[in-house]
Design a protein around this ligand. Structure first.
Ligand SMILES: Nc1ncnc2c1ncn2[C@@H]1O[C@H](COP(=O)(O)OP(=O)(O)O)[C@@H](O)[C@H]1O
Ligand SMILES: [Mg+2]
Length: 272
């Protein structure tokens, strides 16, 4: 595939402690994601996946800093830009994230429809301002399209919804402006098994409807990635140690760490 949407070029990121010590959380990571592609990223907790996401979104806020490297979306670099600039011109429109816990993302004292409207206010280019009525139409249409119980959900506060409805609302909200690429950072890890499937189905429904065209799906569940991702990258201690097709990574892992991760996954003997 030649239509590269996201290019990550030797990206290294570090956290700076109060005492001036650097903790290198992402080390020399390079990869691309093309239009229509789903890249899975797997790796143990603490290996740097969410830190990498901050870098991919151009959201390196202290104590996180860019050590070196570049991130480009459609050829446009996100480095050396202010957080305000990235927020106004890139986030939600070109790249968007589906976060782990919907409860931390939604404002508890605002109805879902108001949180959804905030996306338009925060990320709309100044030349394209819509009225609140137009914004509401867009929000209602999108939630309808996603098969949500639109009226009830949009008029609820987060506390009035189930965990699954909250997470589905967050997914609906984060993709309202049709970003080109979506990063799902462990989108189901805070949910019980019955709602996990519902949420994953919804994410891929959005992809299939063309609401976004490319995705990075982060999870430590390699069997899930095997089914949903084209390629899988394995992250270990801040680095990509291996990338290959889902088939190759799961059935013929090359790197010792990938082999170990696979062994950990298929050990289901304790459920017998
Ligand atoms: N704000 C922070 N300050 C210092 N270190 C951090 C901070 N956030 C995360 N880290 C460290 O960076 C490493 C990677 O964390 P993270 O990106 O959250 O991993 P993952 O998402 O893979 O679980 C971990 O060792 C974590 O302790
Ligand atoms: Mg994480």
């Amino acid at each position: 595939m030649s239509d590269v949407v996201l290019e990550v070029d030797h990206l290294s990121l570090h956290y700076l402690s109060r005492f001036g010590e650097k903790f290198h959380a992402v080390r020399d990571v390079s990869f691309t994601v093309s239009k229509g592609e789903v890249l899975g990223i797997a790796g143990e907790s603490g290996c740097g996946k969410s830190t990498l996401v901050s870098g991919l979104m151009g959201m390196c806020i202290p104590p996180l800093h860019v050590t070196s490297g570049d991130v480009r979306i459609n050829g446009e670099s996100l480095m050396n830009r202010t957080v305000e600039d990235v927020r106004a011109n890139v986030l939600a429109q070109k790249i968007s994230m589906i976060p782990q816990g919907a409860f931390n993302t939604l404002n508890p004292v605002r109805k879902i429809k108001d949180s959804a409207a905030d996306v338009f206010y925060a990320h709309q280019k100044s030349g394209q301002r819509l009225s609140r009525a137009e914004i509401n139409d867009r929000i209602y249409d999108r939630f309808d399209e996603l098969g949500m119980e639109t009226k009830r959900i949009l008029n609820s506060y987060p506390i009035q919804l189930t965990a699954g409805e909250r997470q589905r609302s967050v997914i609906g909200i984060s993709t309202l402006l049709n970003p080109e690429i979506v990063i799902a950072d462990e989108p189901t890890s805070a949910l019980d098994v019955s709602t996990q499937k519902e949420v994953i189905t919804m994410i891929f429904d959005l992809l299939n409807k063309g609401i976004f065209s490319s995705m990075i799906f982060i999870t430590h569940e390699l069997p899930l990635l095997y089914h949903v991702a084209d390629d899988i990258a394995i992250m270990y201690k801040g680095q990509f140690v291996e990338r290959g097709t889902s088939e190759q990574i799961v059935k013929n892992p090359q790197h010792d760490y990938t082999k170990m991760l696979m062994k950990a996954m298929v050990r289901c003997d304790y459920v017998k």
